[in-house]
Design a protein around this ligand. Sequence first.
Ligand SMILES: [Zn+2]
Length: 104
Amino acid sequence: MARVRPARRCSARRHCGLPCHAYAIAGGSVCRMHGGGSPAVRAAAKRRVEEGRVIARVNRVLLQEAERRAAERAAVSAVLGLPPDHPDLGWHWTLQQLTARRSR
Ligand SMILES: [Zn+2]
């Protein structure tokens, strides 16, 4: 489940000098009244939102890949009688060990 960050507040200041504090547009740092409605700012914000989605997707894939590799290593370690956290000696070494075991 994705962590949901609290909505960002506008970084601009009101005419009286106090911070605006209205909700910033998604992917942006200012509210609609402080430039968040302009096409260029909206386009940049939309691009940032999409980039964030892509980064989250790639992170998920990398995490799944790391979990899969850890499971494979644990299975190999169990077969070879090695501690589950033994240093990674590479697939070539692993295949040699497994093959040598079979011919014994
Ligand atoms: Zn504002």
